[in-house]
Design a protein around this ligand. Sequence first.
Ligand code: SF4
Ligand code: SF4
Length: 178
Amino acid sequence: MAIIVERKRLSFWERLYLPQIVSGLFITFKNIFKPRVTLEYPDQSPVLPVGYRGAPTLVKDSEGREKCVSCQLCEFVCPSKAIRVTPGEISPDCEYSYIEKAPKDFKIDMLRCIFCGLCQEACPENAIVLQNEFSINGYSRGDFVRHKCDLYAAGGVMPDKIMKWKKVRDNAELGGNR
Ligand code: SF4
Ligand code: SF4
C-alpha cells in the first residue's frame, strides 16, 4: 500500500528566506578572519603527513645495492596490474651471486596505479616504498610508465633492515633462533 507523506508547510520565517540568508552571511564573515587553509599550489608546497602514500618507488640500501630480488610478489598482489617485473639473474662472478635474482627490468604504469600500498606491504625485502611524490605529469601514456632506472632515481636510499647481503648472520640479528 502506498504511503502518502505530507509535505511540511513552511513557517512564516522560512517563507521570508531572510533568516537563512543572514545566517549564511554570518558563517561567511566568521570564516573570513580565520587563517587560510588553501595553498597557492604549485608556488606553495603542501606539508605532507607522516606516512603519506604517494608514488611507488624502488629503493637501494645504504651501500647502493638493489634490494629487490624480483620475486614478483608485488606484481601478483597489485590490484590494478600496474607492475611488470622482468626477473634477471645475478652473475655468478658477482660477490652477491648467492642472492640469485635481481630485476632485469621493473615497470610501473602510474596511470594504472591507485596508490593502495599493497605492493609495499607484500614486499619481503622492503624494496618498494610509496614515497611523497604526488604530482606526476606527462605528455603521452608512455611518459607515465616508469622503468627501473626512473624508479630507483625516485626512490633513493633507505637503510636495509633485511640484511640479506650477509651470508652468515649472527644469533643476535636472528633473535637467537639459530
Ligand atoms: S600502490 Fe597499489 S596499485 Fe600502485 S603499484 Fe602498488 S599495489 Fe599496484
Ligand atoms: S619489489 Fe619486492 S615484492 Fe616486488 S619483485 Fe622486488 S622484492 Fe619482490
